[in-house]
Structure formats: structure tokens, C-alpha cells
Design a protein around this ligand. Sequence first.
Ligand code: GLA
Length: 385
Amino acid sequence: MSPADRVAALFAETYGTQPTGVWSSPGRVNLIGEHTDYTGGFVMPLAIEERAYLAARPRSDRRIRAVASGRGLEEVDLDDVGPGRPKGWLAYLSGSAWVAEANAPDGARPGHGWDLALLSDVPVGAGLSSSAAITCATLLAMDELGGWQRPLAELARWGQQVENVVVGMPCGIMDQTASLLCTTGTVLFMDTESGAIEHVPWPASSDDAVLLVTNTNAPHVLADGQYADRRRQCEEATDVLGVPSLRSATLADLDSATARLTADQAACARHVITENARVLNVRALLEAGRISDVGPELTASHASLRDDFRVTVPQLDVSVAAALSAGAFGARMTGGGFGGCTIALVRREDIDDTAQAITAAFAVEAFTPPEHFVARPAQGGRRDL
Ligand code: GLA
């Protein structure tokens, strides 16, 4: 049975009726462009094959009921949803209904509840955007059943509002955009200032170069507070530099403002400025089919996230170092940091050796064993049934 059939069956079993439809949206890895999406910068994520599947049926009252495979049934009234409530996974589903109600075109306000069933194989807490996958699948369902036909880029902004307002996570726009707009075989280039996107093909000749993803299984410690802290440092640096966003700042601007910036503010700004330049380089290299040359840019990105932005943990650094020692073209942490995953650009024939080298390095450090999979650029959000 496909995952879409399975979530439809879970729905039917729970509510005694068929869902109106099933939608799904994927998790993502970010090739490059980390911590740039809330300062108007560039990002280059790709969707992964792991997805969240949502079966939905509108209700006539304002109750939201949701069942998730392995988690049982939870419910909340739409009128009880708001900033900080409810907590847990139900926040993403009911928060989507709440944001959709606030944003739906005039005259088309949903004003009703939902019966929902969720099944996701995106690893949770691994920095692979499992929450964006759930939220985007939910918004796709509500958009279609509400008949609003909003552009996907607008649904991505709604998804960001669910995180920012309901969940209280001050994230940027990358994950939701990746989940909804990525296409098979391509990496999504996005200018988060203008909203412009471009699908950059993963070079066909690069059958030999693949992205090995390693979930370090490192516990996320204080991740949300640290994320908000880095974001604030960037905003403070932006103010001191007197630029509209860090996107328009240069290293020369930074040099001339050093005396007015704290060391942390300067380091955060330096990461963002250099990272934006690396994203543009990577886009040009991919367009030129020079896939292996992308490697050093990935490795430089990791060093910048470790030394300037300070969002790595030992597991991420060890994973990257082990991949490089095993001969990877390049490697870096991906996602927000403080745990989560690394990506390594490796020759196809080196996948197993690289994975084993990372696992062995983790054993030496007595870290929890990591998990590995290969990321193939997959399709964004869609209706399945
Ligand atoms: C998290 C956020 C994104 C982005 C990344 C870091 O995944 O949700 O918006 O800021 O961290 O690049």
C-alpha cells in the first residue's frame, strides 16, 4: 500500500468515512545558503523523497480533529487556536486552519473545522523540515478544498506564519518554499528579498556525484532560543551597518563598521555576506555542470557556520571532517544547526565507504550512531488522491 493509501485508510478507520482527498509535501535538505533567508539573502534547497501525507475532509462545525499514525487522536476548537496554542504536532495542522482563515480571500473564509489524518516519513528533529512538510501538505489540502487557488509562494508565506505566530519559531521562508515549489531533478534557487525563484537542474552528467545525508542524531539543545539569538545578532548588525538588509552589505562595509559592532554581530554578518557569495558561486557551477567544484564551497560554508555563525555541534563537525577525510568533494551541516544533518558531496561509488567512515568516527567519539541516506532532488507538494 502506498503512503497515500495508508493515510486514507487511517482516516477511514478513525472517522468512519472516506477523506475528500490526500495531499503530500516533502522535507528538504539545503545545498547551500544557510541562515540567509531572514536577511534577504539567497538559498538553494532541494526536496527529499521523504514526505508528510495528509488526508482531509471539511467539517460543518469549528472542531479540528487530527490523528497521526502512532500518536492517536487530538482535537481543538478553531477558536482556541492562536499564538502559542495548541502545543505539539497539532499546532501545525490547526495553525494552518487558523492562518488560512485569517488570510483566505474575502468571502471565502473557511469558518469551519476539519477532520485530518497525518502520516509522515520525514525524520523529526533532524533539521529536514518535517514541520514545514506537515504544514505545507495541510495548506495544500485547505487551499484546494477551500477553492482559493492561492499561488504556492503565498501558501509558503502562510506556512511561515504558522511557524512564526502559532508555533513561535521565528524562521525564514526557505523551508516552506522548498517543500511547495521544488521539482524533481532540480535544486531551487531563491532570492528571499524579491521572492524570485529558479529551478537549477542537478547536472545530468553528475550521476557520479551524489549527496550523502547523515542524520547525526545529536540532541537539539536550546535550538529555538539560539536560532532567535542569531537572528537578532543579524538584525542588530543590519541596523549598525545602516543597510536595508544584510543582503546589500559588503565585506568592506563590515570592515569600516568593526568598531561599532560587537564581535558576535560582526561574525554573524560576515557569515551571511560570505554565504550569499557562495550561493551565487554554487548556482553558476551547477549551471556550468561543474558539480565536483561545488564541494569546496560546501566545505567553506561549514567552516563559516562553525567559526562565524557558531551553530555547529561536535557531531556536525566530526561528520564533515570524516566525510572529507574519506575523499568527499565537500561537506557541510544543513538546516538550522545545533544538531540535525550534514550533507557530503561524494562519488557514487564512495557512498558506502564515506558513510562507514562517518559512523566509525562517531564510534571513536562515543556519539550516538548516525544514520545515512542519499538525497535525490524530489517533487514538491502535490495532491495524491
Ligand atoms: C531553519 C529555518 C529556515 C532557515 C534555516 C537556516 O531551517 O526554518 O528558515 O533559516 O533554519 O538556514
